[in-house]
Structures are given as C-alpha cells and as structure tokens.
Design a protein. Structure first.
Lengths: 44, 226, 255
C-alpha cells in the first residue's frame, strides 16, 4: 500500500489517544469510587 | 447611560493619576515596533508589514491595559460595590469599554505616528479618512472584546497568561480586518481602497456582535455568590 | 475485567451502568468494522489512491469535535439559565469540551497528514482549516479556565460564557478568512472530500466511522462527567466525615 506510514500514523494516533483517554478515565473512576459510597452515586 | 459615562470617567481619572498606560504601555508598544523592525531587518519588508505590525503591537498592549482595568476593580472588590448599588452590569460594561477605547485610541495614534517615522509609511488625501475610520472601528471592537474577556478572567489565578490565550483567538478576525484595511490606507499595492472599506464593514459587524454579547454576558460574569 | 451492573456485594459501583456498557460494546464493534473496511474492504480512490483511507478517520473526528463543541455550548447555555442545576450542566459541558479538544487535535493531525499526501503541504490557510485551528486554541483556553481552582459556581458561569462566545467566534473567523484569502491568488487546492468519488461501500464506511466515533464520544462524556461528579461527591463526603469526627471528638471532651 502506498503512503502506508501516513495512513497508519493517522489511525494509530487517533485510536491510540482515544484509548489512552478511556484507560485514564476508567482508572480514575476505579480510584475515586473507592472513596464514595454507592448510595451517593446518582446513577447506581 | 450616565452611569456608563461616570464609570468611564472614573477609569480614566485613575489612569490620569497613575499614568500606567502612558508610562509603561506606550513605551512597551513602541519598543515592540522597534524590535519588529530589527527582527525583519529590511526596509521594504518593514514597510509592507507596517499595518500588521501596528495592530499586533496594539493587540499585545491591549492585554496589559485590560489586565490593569480589572485589577483596579477587583483589588478592593470595587466592582461588587458598584453592582451592589443596583447599577445595571451592561452599563458598567460599556463604561469600562469606553475608557479602554479612549486609552487604546491614544495608543494607536502614537503607533501610527511611529510607523510613519520609523517605517517610512505615508498617508495622504482620501486615505486619511479610511485610516481614521479603521482606527475608530477596530479600536472599538478591541475595547469591547478586551473588556469582555477581562471580566472573564478577573480575579482568577494566572489571569495574566489566561487573558491572551482566551482573547487572542477571538481577536483574530479583528487583527485580519484591521491590518488589511490599514494596509489599504497606507497605500499598499496589494489591496485597493474599496477592499479597505469592505474590511471596515467587517469590523463594524464584529463590534456590534461583541458589544451585544458583552452587555448580555457581563451580568453572569460579575455576579458573586457570597 | 469484571464489571457489575448494580453494585455486587464487596465491589463498589464505578462510573459504568448498563447503558454505558451497551454503548461501549457497540462503539468497539463499529470501530472494528470501520478499521477492517477502511484498510481491506474499500478500494483505493482513482485520484487520491490509498491516502483516501485517512478520510475514514479524519472526517469522523472532525464531526465529533464539532458535535462536542455544540454539546458544550448547549450545556453551557443551560448551566447559565437553570441556576439550581448549574453544576450538573457544567460537568457535561466540561467533559464534552475535553473530548472535543482531543478529537479536534486529531482532526488537525490527520488532516495535515492527509493534506501532505494530496496537496503536498501540511497546512493551507484555507477558511475551514483556519477556523478549526482558532477554535482548537479557544477550547484549549476553555479547558485552562476549567482547571483553575476557584469557586465552582463562578468558574461554571465564566467557562459557560467562554463556550458561548466561541460559537460567535466561528462565523466571524470563517468569514474573515474567506474575505482575506479571496484577495490573494486562489490556491489551487483539491478539495479533499469534493474530488473523491465515493462508491456505496466507501460511503457506508464513512458513515459507520461517524457512528463509531459518536458512540465513543458518548461513552467518554458520560464517564468523564460522572468522574467529576465523583470527585465533587468525594469532597463533600470527606467534609461530612471530618465534621462528624470533629463533633464526636468534642462530645467526648464534654462528657
């Protein structure tokens, strides 16, 4: 495939950064949830 | 409107007593103009860039003047006192914008003169009318947006670096419009007078939009919860 | 990884619910299809060749970025208008703004890579690109204001004003750049979307990409908005606990 480097860079940067943001979000949620009782979470 | 005028008068009196703009901002702006010339290091290039450089120097200076205009309000919670007297926030907004306009107008006059002396710019005939109109309309827009964003960051930590970050992108259309129109007034070959006047139209729309936005937004911006 | 819909005994509920789990699974499945289709199923474009495969990631990120900023503006408007729920709307506005900045950064990055392949330059001072760039900087500033440690209600009001002003900024920047560029010699730019002739599968993949990224956006915003809610609750919970402890201590002294 021609220009594969550019194409892969576009996809990897985008999906990679989304993945990192999602992972950070989940990790922080796990950490913060420990300090908040379930009945204080409106969505539970 | 009387309230707006007295707010403007108060701000200008404070400036007259402290001479902050006169003693620090004007020399700073002139220094920027000199540094541009040194950095570009070519007389024809400086002459071509003159209009943009005048407005860029004005934009940077505006950040300093706006900072000052709100520091005097938040220092003793003066603005809260003002608003507690049931003064409509929109009037305070227009008053502060008017004071800012007067100071910036004086600054731009100095900078245009500097461009004539330092960069060899010449303005003659009907171009003077265009130049004066551009300076008035662009400076009004600058004063309105400056006052609006000054209120956004007033009293916040790190406001000195936040203000340019927030206000400069919004001021981009004004910079483009004022620079192009001033270029026409300076007699540039790349842009004619008719195009110059078209840009004045854009500056007018810009001023009206942000004047309306500012008078509406000033109330939630200056509200305090305590 | 074990996640329970309702809190199983012993495991605290986090920011996920059944809805977000469904959104998450759908997002992953759609994204997987888009990747496979973009790289293996769709043909290369007759004019652009393989570089058209960047389109399937570039266009959806741009779409989501603008969707995010519209969401932020709408939530900001509500946050200013509905005073008793200011902070709830403010959390949505903030979460959406964060995700929007990430997607817009990716729009600019993938766009400039694609531009290098099709136009031969990383950047063109074209109205759409310039507006996007200024909007990006504006929202970076918006996030900077949100990070400032001050009274949350005041911060909510001020960041709401910034988000609403950004909406005014879009047409003004766009129009001024149109006017500005029209004075110069028209750059001979192939409009990237205009010149691509899309067959049915290409079009479907593009729409699937938009759907996938919209789902990802929804998932991220819901979770991140709950995350800030958790942080706020934790602060009040901590405060309540401290007050209770203090009370019991003074009672002990009195007795």
């Amino acid at each position: 495939m021609k220009d594969l480097g550019f194409i892969l860079a576009s996809w990897l940067a985008t999906l990679g950064s989304i993945g990192v943001l999602a992972a950070v979000t989940i990790r922080r949620a796990r950490e913060l949830s420990r300090h908040v009782p379930d009945d204080a979470k409106p969505w539970v | 409107m009387n309230v707006a005028l007295s707010v403007a008068r108060k701000d200008l009196q404070i400036e007259w007593r402290t001479r902050m703009v006169l003693a620090r901002v004007v020399p700073f702006a002139l220094l920027v103009m000199v540094l541009f010339a040194v950095a570009l290091d070519s007389e024809p290039l400086v002459l071509r860039a003159a209009a943009g450089l005048v407005w860029l120097a004005t934009l940077f200076s505006t950040m300093l003047v706006v900072q000052r205009a709100f520091d005097i309000e938040t220092a003793d919670a003066a603005i809260d006192t003002l608003l507690a007297c049931a003064v409509h926030p929109a009037r305070v907004f227009f008053g502060k914008a008017l004071a800012l306009f007067v100071q910036l107008f004086a600054l731009v006059v100095v900078l245009v003169t500097a461009a004539m002396v330092l960069y060899g710019v010449t303005v003659s005939g009907s171009r003077v009318v265009l130049l004066v109109t551009v300076v008035i309309s662009a400076t009004s827009g600058l004063a309105l947006v400056g006052t609006l964003y000054g209120a956004v960051v007033a009293n916040m930590n790190g406001r000195d670096s936040l203000l340019p970050l927030l206000a400069l992108p919004v001021l981009a259309p004004l910079l483009i419009g004022a620079s192009r129109a001033t270029e026409a007034a300076f007699g540039s070959q790349t842009i004619d007078m008719a195009n110059g006047w078209a840009w004045v139209g854009l500056l007018g729309v810009y001023g009206i939009v942000f004047g309306a936005a500012g008078s509406a937004a000033f109330s939630p911006l200056t509200e305090s919860d305590s | 990884m074990h996640t329970a819909t309702t809190a199983a005994p012993g495991a605290a509920a986090r920011t996920g619910t059944r809805t977000t789990r469904v959104i998450g699974v759908l997002a992953l499945a759609t994204t997987a299809f888009v990747v496979v289709s973009a790289f293996f199923l769709t043909p290369a474009d007759s004019v652009q060749g393989d570089s058209v495969r960047i389109m399937y990631v570039h266009v959806p990120t741009a779409w989501v970025a603008y969707l995010a900023f519209i969401t932020t503006a709408v939530a900001s408007g509500f946050s200013l208008a509905r005073r008793h729920r200011t902070l709830g709307f403010d959390r949505v506005a903030g979460a959406s703004g964060e995700v929007g900045v990430l997607f817009m950064a990716m729009t600019l990055l993938t766009g400039s890579l694609w531009g290098r392949l099709t136009w031969g330059t990383f950047w063109q001072w074209d109205p759409r690109l310039t507006t996007t760039l200024f909007l990006f900087v504006t929202y970076v500033g918006y996030l900077a204001v949100r990070r400032i440690d001050t009274d949350p209600r005041q911060r909510a009001r001020r960041s709401a004003v910034i988000a609403l002003l950004a909406v005014l900024e879009i047409p003004l920047v766009h129009f001024s750049v149109v006017l500005w560029r029209s004075l110069h010699q028209e750059a001979s730019v192939l409009s990237p979307d205009g010149d691509v002739r899309l067959d049915d599968l290409m079009l479907f993949t593009l729409f699937a990409g938009v759907a996938a990224f919209t789902l990802i956006f929804a998932w991220l915003v819901i979770h991140r908005q709950r995350l800030t809610a958790l942080a706020d609750i934790r602060q009040t919970v901590g405060l309540d606990a401290a007050i209770a402890l203090r009370r019991s201590e003074t009672r002990g002294v009195v007795k």
